[in-house]
Design a protein around this ligand. Structure first.
Ligand SMILES: O=P(O)(O)O[C@H]1O[C@H](CO)[C@@H](O)[C@H]1O
Ligand code: HPA
Length: 317
């Protein structure tokens, strides 16, 4: 973050950031139509862009540094598809509130994308499955979210004065997830010949992180109707909707959230031990970020093809 700007004020550095980009980028890349946010292990989504120009966050006022493994600190500008192609901007590393970034800074890249002319935003995220029907490797098109931090606290990126006369004080979110883009996702999956279970639909639960869920928390989120859980995405969706963007979220299932049907009873185990009975104690799985990154890398090619096909299918106006 620049020491000369107030990181909690999203209005201040836009002019300077846009000015830097205007000096770096060729004119045909300066007004991307589609924005992409890369989740953990998914920064290779930009690997197939043509005429790519990478701009490090360090060159852009208002941008912090991505500190999480699997996230790069750069924006990539380039073209997707044949011929003239579709100009896109890719956020190769996102910001999470748990890294210490103010929530306004977490969504600053989204607001910048809107200022550059982006109309459609595709957000790719790594998530844990709460719904036992969702296998690791499934891509879930998000149709709703459950954001407990937004409902109760200060992590809502819209807290504070309105920053534009185009914004409304009370933003509806019942239509947050674009039907148009979700339809395109399923058409793209069909065109790519993906099996039926490769792409699913579900609700994303946003938690602040950085701790993974306890079994009780996982059970609670599942009971509340969530299918997957992650520590990002929702602030980006909220800001994007305030900016009037159409939003698609592709949540890759990288692990199953551990929700045992019942707890291991230490009381029973000790009793059995004292009675000389043998007790089986299978190891209890524990999620870790390496596992999340591994699945991200394994599925990056598939995500890349899907995202590219969706972009090519978005009608041009
Ligand atoms: O949401 P992304 O950034 O894809 O990453 C997910 O993976 C990390 C935890 O392993 C968390 O940051 C979680 O939100
Ligand atoms: O299990 C998870 N919980 C929260 N966030 C995550 N991101 C990837 N996996 C997970």
């Amino acid at each position: 973050m620049s020491s000369t700007s107030d990181p909690s004020d999203p209005t201040e550095p836009f002019a300077s950031t846009l000015d830097v980009l205007a000096r770096i980028l060729p004119p045909h890349l300066l007004n991307p139509r589609v924005g992409i946010v890369c989740g953990s292990g998914l920064s290779t989504l930009a690997a197939s862009l043509r005429e790519v120009v990478e701009v490090p966050y360090s060159a852009l006022e208002g941008f912090g540094k991505s500190t999480v493994a699997g996230h790069k600190s750069a924006l990539a500008f380039g073209l997707v598809g044949e011929g003239a192609g579709v100009p896109v901007v890719v956020q190769l590393g996102r910001f999470h509130a748990y890294e210490g970034h103010p929530i306004k800074a977490v969504v600053y890249p989204i607001r910048l994308m809107a200022k550059l002319g982006v109309q459609n935003l595709i957000i790719a995220s790594a998530t844990g499955a709460l719904n036992p029907d969702l296998a690791v490797g499934t891509i879930v098109t998000i149709h709703d979210h459950l954001a407990i931090p937004n409902m109760t606290g200060w992590l809502n990126p819209l807290f504070g004065p309105l920053t534009s006369s185009d914004h409304t004080r009370f933003l509806p979110l019942s239509d947050a997830y674009s039907v148009k883009l979700r339809r395109l996702a399923f058409h793209a999956a069909h065109a790519l010949g993906l099996p039926d279970d490769a792409l699913a639909e579900g609700t994303y639960a946003w938690v602040s992180g950085p701790t993974y869920e306890t079994p009780a928390e996982g059970r609670f989120l599942r009971a509340a109707g969530a299918d997957v859980v992650g520590m990002s995405t929702v602030p980006e969706v909220v800001a994007a909707r305030e900016e009037g963007l159409e939003v698609l979220v592709l949540a890759l299932v990288t692990n199953a959230v551990v929700i045992p049907e019942r707890y291991r009873s230490i009381k029973e185990e000790v009793k059995a031990e004292l009675e000389g009975r043998k007790v089986e104690t299978p190891p209890e799985p524990v999620v870790n970020h390496e596992e999340v990154l591994t699945v991200g890398r394994l599925k990056a090619e598939l995500m890349k093809s899907l995202v590219a096909r969706i972009i090519e299918m978005i009608p041009r106006d």
